[in-house]
Ligand binder design. Structure first.
Ligand code: SF4
Length: 114
């Protein structure tokens, strides 16, 4: 089973309209649905905070404190498909930055549930 970390948009999570951490990402991971090719173990759920500077350090801290290295890092569907977009960086830029700092592949999106 793959170990994964999911990153959600903290601005959206804080709005209370349906936190990216409520169930969708977790169900997709556990069932191997959506962007998860197989049932996966979520070892961390990291909340991005505007303007995004803490995202990579918090992913690093998650790995350090859990003593687990994820096989993949996922940007949540809410984060990737946000409308209006994140004003600070695109999902592709975030993915490239995370990969450059951690060496871990990043998947854009988590689930297709509504
Ligand atoms: S920087 Fe962008 S992705 Fe991160 S919390 Fe703010 S709006 Fe969301």
């Amino acid at each position: 089973m793959k170990k994964v970390v999911v990153v959600g948009c903290g601005s959206y999570m804080n709005s209370g309209y349906g936190c990216p951490g409520e169930w969708r990402c977790l169900k997709a991971a556990s069932m191997g649905e959506g962007k998860f090719a197989e049932p996966s173990s979520v070892i961390g759920f990291v909340k991005c905070e505007c303007p995004g500077r803490t995202m990579v350090p918090n992913i690093g801290m998650t790995m350090k404190l859990s003593e687990l290295k994820p096989d993949l890092i996922y940007l949540s569907s809410c984060m990737v498909g946000a409308k209006p977009d994140c004003p600070y960086s695109s999902p592709e830029e975030k993915a490239e930055f995370i990969k450059s700092k951690t060496g871990i592949d990043v998947v854009l999106g988590t689930h297709d549930y509504h």
